[in-house]
Design a protein around this ligand. Structure first.
Ligand SMILES: C[S@@+](CC[C@H](N)C(=O)[O-])C[C@H]1O[C@@H](n2cnc3c(N)ncnc32)[C@H](O)[C@@H]1O
Length: 434
């Protein structure tokens, strides 16, 4: 098999990265933008030792699940892998993907959105200067080239408006040294935040004034200095150019003070569906002590706080911990204490104190938990662990580790927070084996 060769083939299946799988002359070939059972014409783009990649040239026999993507750059932009698939088929695909990672678990049908577009409350647009022109957009799949999009179909329209405004107003002089513009918008409070990320601060005062005068929802503009050479987007130092370093969001009836460095689910509507599932699985009562590990700004803990005796929260980002403490006060909740610490180390230290714990919520980043942390949680002897995860692969691994220390997974409920993409959130209910 050689690069640029053209083949007609059948797509057998989709991988969890939403690549179609074909078998051509004994080679496994991965093709984006196709669906299972389709007959397609493809061109080979890369040949590795045992497999190859190809691009779609033509769909000869389309799947009944194929639709025309809403976005004109869906095929080239790396953001959405599934825009060409009907939404019910996306949900079925995600259920199968989660089930494939954990064949022995009960994986329920994913809870999806009625309108699976315009949901994202946060965007990070890379910026480059080419031939004295500012280029903003999203990265092309597996590349650092920017696809200069017009409006993104999964972003909140307010973020698209801000993005268009910056496209028009950022001159090469003002964009000098900038790497990203990060925009967050909370529709429930109608507040947006803009973070200019780069290596140098430019004369942005007129731009800031103009932006604030144009959009009544802009509540915060921040310069974040990032001189790192890797692909971590945010740096440590920052300077507030307008407003505060945080904006206000909501989670259920609670107000959430949200620092730009603090995590917040990117789909606010489905975040509440997800947390409702976590709450339901937790079966809380007023005598209980609950731990909220990987707590962010305290959103899960605050939701639980009114049902239990006390909540103890742990989070590693200091600004998020500060927000969590402020958020309890803001919402007149008095039974939460939050600590800035590594979650596993906290579980270890708590075990020494022999404190009674009834339910543990864990919501780690994509890499999941470590075995020691899981063992230490088990030594706290909670009745149940509610595991919220954005990565079914590490969730499957950690469910097995919990099983080894006496916790049985009762079910896994996927919730679609990332419509049109191959991402999925899950809630797993783990119960102590008596
Ligand atoms: C998926 S987010 C969940 C946040 C929060 N539960 C929410 O829903 O908004 C994971 C959080 O874990 C935090 N984190 C990452 N590594 C950590 C660690 N080793 N110990 C404690 N928190 C950590 C991150 O800063 C982030 O806030």
């Amino acid at each position: 098999m050689k690069k640029n060769e053209v083949y007609t083939t059948q797509i057998l299946d989709l991988t969890n990265m939403a690549y179609g799988v074909a078998r051509i002359d004994g080679w496994v070939v991965f093709v984006p933008n196709v669906l299972a059972q389709e007959e397609v014409k493809v061109g080979i783009t890369k040949v590795c030792k045992k497999y190859a990649y190809a691009r779609l040239i033509e769909v000869i026999k389309p799947s009944p699940d194929r639709i025309e993507p809403v976005c004109p750059v869906a095929k080239t932009c790396g953001g959405c892998q599934l825009q060409h698939m009907r939404y019910p088929a996306q949900l079925a695909y995600k259920q199968k993907m989660v089930q494939d990672w954990m064949p022995e678990q009960e994986v329920r049908y994913p809870l999806g959105m009625n309108t699976p577009y315009a949901y994202r409350n946060k965007a990070q647009f890379p910026i480059q200067i080419h031939s004295d022109k500012v280029v903003m957009g999203f990265y092309r799949l597996h590349s650092n080239d920017i696809v200069p999009i017009q409006r993104c179909a999964i972003q909140d329209p307010v973020i698209n408006d801000l993005y268009e405004w910056f496209q028009q107003h950022l001159t090469p002089r003002l964009a000098q040294g900038l790497r990203h513009i990060y925009i967050r918008y909370c529709s429930s409070t109608h507040q947006s935040q803009i973070v200019l990320i780069g290596q140098q601060k430019n004369d942005w005062e007129p731009l800031v004034k103009d932006c604030v005068a144009t959009f009544d929802h802009v509540a915060s503009i921040v310069y974040n200095r990032n001189t790192r050479k890797d692909n971590v987007i945010l740096g440590e130092e920052y300077e507030v150019l307008y407003g505060k370093p945080y904006i206000l969001a909501t989670c259920f009836e609670n107000q959430v003070r949200l620092h730009f460095k603090a995590f917040f689910q990117v789909n606010s509507m489905q975040m509440e569906v997800l947390y409702q599932q976590a709450l339901q699985a937790a079966c809380l009562d007023p005598s209980m002590t609950v731990i909220d590990l990987y707590a962010g700004t305290g959103t899960i803990g605050m939701m639980a706080a009114s049902y239990v005796k006390q909540v103890i929260g742990v989070e590693i980002v200091p600004e998020a911990v500060e927000n969590a403490k402020e958020n309890y006060a803001l919402n007149d909740l008095h039974n939460g204490s939050y600590y800035c610490m590594d979650a596993s180390q906290f579980a270890h230290a708590m075990k020494e104190q022999k404190q009674n714990v009834d339910v543990v919520f864990v919501d780690p980043p994509r890499k999941g938990m470590n075995k020691q942390g899981i063992e230490d949680i088990a030594k706290l002897d909670p009745q149940r662990v509610i595991y919220v995860s954005c990565n079914p692969k590490t969730l499957a691994r950690d469910i097995q580790s919990f099983a080894q220390v006496g916790y049985d997974c009762q079910y896994v409920q996927p919730v679609d927070l990332f419509c049109q993409t191959n991402g999925i959130e899950c809630v797993a209910k783990l119960e102590k084996i008596d």
